[in-house]
Ligand binder design. Structure first.
Ligand SMILES: NC(=O)c1ccc[n+]([C@@H]2O[C@H](COP(=O)([O-])OP(=O)(O)OC[C@H]3O[C@@H](n4cnc5c(N)ncnc54)[C@H](OP(=O)(O)O)[C@@H]3O)[C@@H](O)[C@H]2O)c1
Length: 251
C-alpha cells in the first residue's frame, strides 16, 4: 500500500503539534493548508500550501485531483466557513475525514464570566459607562469595538489591525501566544483593565488571560462557539493518531 495522502487544514497550535508528528510518520504524505491570514506563519516541518480553495467545490476538486485519502480539519473553532466547506467537500466525495478541535474552556470557581453569542453582543454588554477593555479576539473582528467608542481598548493581535479603529482611546499590542499568567496579570494591571473580551477558543496557548482575570476578579465577556463541528471530532494529537491508525490499519 502507498502512503496515506493527508490534507490538513491548519492555522492553530493544535494543527502545528499534529503537523510535527505527521512530518515524522513514514506512512503519511501530508500537505498542510493555511489561509494566509498571518504575515509570518509559524515555520512548518510539513510541505505547506497557502490560500483559499474557492469554496466547498474548490476544496472538493483539490482533494480529488490531489488523490487525497483523508482530510483533517484542524482549523480554529471560530473558523466556521472553512469547516463547513470541508464537511460539504468530504461528503460529496465520500472521503474519510475528522476534525481536531480543542475542548472549550469551562468556568471554574472564582471566574466572573458573562456569556454572549457574538463579539458585537460582547461590546454592547460592556454597558454605556466608559470602561477599560482588553480586546483579545484577534484582528478580524476588532472593528466591532467601534460600536461602543466610549471605552478604552487595549487590542492584541498577531498582525496589525488595519484600518485602525475609529475610537478615541485605543492602544495596540502585537504578540503571539503562548502567553503566561504572570505576564497577563502585569498587562491587565499596567493598563488598568476592568473587562476582558475573548472568544471561547479553548486550548492552553491563550488561557493565561482567563486565569489572570480570575485572579484579579475581573469580568470576562466570553463569546461562545456558534456550532459544533459537523465531522467526527477528536480533541488531542494522540486521538488524531489513533483515528488515523484505525482508518488505515491493514485488516
Ligand atoms: N477565526 C479565528 O478566530 C481564528 C483564530 C486563530 C486562527 N485562525 C485560523 O485562521 C484561518 C482563517 O480563519 P477564518 O476565521 O478567517 O476562517 P473562515 O472564515 O472559516 O474561512 C474563510 C475562508 O478562508 C479560507 N480558509 C480558511 N482556512 C483555510 C485553510 N486552513 N486553508 C485554506 N484556506 C482557508 C477559505 O477560503 P475558500 O472558501 O476560498 O477555500 C474560507 O472559506 C483558519 O485557518 C484558522 O484556523 C482563525
Amino acid at each position: 500500500m502507498g502512503k496515506i495522502r493527508i490534507l490538513m487544514l491548519g492555522g492553530t497550535s493544535e494543527a502545528n503539534a499534529l503537523a510535527k508528528v505527521l512530518a515524522g510518520d513514514p506512512r503519511c504524505d501530508t500537505l498542510l493548508s493555511l489561509a494566509g491570514r498571518t504575515e509570518q506563519p509559524m515555520i512548518q516541518l510539513l510541505p505547506t500550501r497557502i490560500g483559499g480553495f474557492g469554496g466547498a467545490d474548490g476544496l472538493a476538486n483539490f482533494l480529488h485531483d490531489g488523490e487525497f485519502d483523508l482530510l483533517i480539519d484542524a482549523t480554529h473553532p471560530f473558523a466556521a466557513r472553512i469547516s463547513q466547506n470541508a464537511s460539504e467537500a468530504v461528503a460529496s466525495l465520500g472521503l474519510p475525514a475528522f476534525s481536531l478541535q480543542r475542548p472549550q474552556w469551562v468556568a471554574q470557581a472564582g471566574d466572573n464570566w458573562r456569556h454572549v453569542a457574538t463579539i458585537a453582543e460582547a461590546i454592547t454588554a460592556l454597558g454605556s459607562k466608559p470602561r477599560r477593555v482588553f480586546l483579545a479576539i484577534g484582528r478580524q473582528e476588532a472593528h466591532r469595538a467601534e460600536g461602543a467608542p466610549q471605552h478604552f481598548y487595549l487590542v492584541r493581535s498577531v498582525d496589525p489591525v488595519q484600518p485602525r479603529l475609529a475610537v478615541a482611546d485605543v492602544q495596540y499590542i502585537l504578540d503571539r501566544g503562548p502567553f503566561h499568567r504572570e505576564g497577563e496579570i502585569a498587562l491587565l494591571e499596567t493598563h488598568r483593565i476592568d473587562a476582558v473580551v475573548t472568544k471561547n477558543s479553548g486550548g492552553s496557548a491563550t488561557y493565561a488571560k482567563i486565569a489572570a482575570a480570575r485572579q484579579l476578579g475581573m469580568e470576562v465577556l466570553m463569546v461562545g462557539r456558534a456550532s459544533a463541528p459537523a465531522m467526527q471530532t477528536v480533541e488531542t494529537v494522540d486521538e488524531a493518531l489513533s483515528t488515523i491508525n484505525h482508518l488505515f490499519s491493514p485488516r
